[in-house]
Design a protein around this ligand. Structure first.
Ligand code: HEM
Length: 48
C-alpha cells in the first residue's frame, strides 16, 4: 500500500500518470519532495 501510494504520487509529479484529472495532482505535488511523499504515503496507509 505504501509503495503503491508513493509510486502514484511520483508518477503524477513526473507526468507518467497523466489524464484529465491528474493535472490537479501534478500541481498539488509540484512543491512536495520525495521524503515528504514517503511520509504522506506512510500516513495514508494507516487510515482505514
Ligand atoms: C495532501 C494532499 C493530497 C494527497 C497526498 C493526494 C494523494 C493522491 C493519491 C495517492 C492519488 C492516487 C489515488 C489512487 O491511485 O488510488 C490521488 C488522486 C487524485 N487526487 Fe489527490 N491528493 C491530495 C490532494 C488533492 C487535491 C487538493 C485535489 C483536488 C484539487 C486532488 C485531486 C485528485 C484527483 C482528481 C485524483 C484522481 C486523478 C486520476 O484520476 O488519476 N488531490 N491523490
Amino acid at each position: 500500500m505504501i509503495e503503491y501510494l508513493l509510486q502514484q504520487m511520483k508518477d503524477y509529479k513526473s507526468g507518467k500518470r497523466a489524464n484529465s484529472r491528474a493535472k490537479r495532482m501534478k500541481r498539488n505535488l509540484s512543491d512536495v519532495n520525495e521524503n515528504e511523499m514517503t511520509a504522506i504515503a506512510e500516513w495514508l496507509s494507516t487510515l482505514k
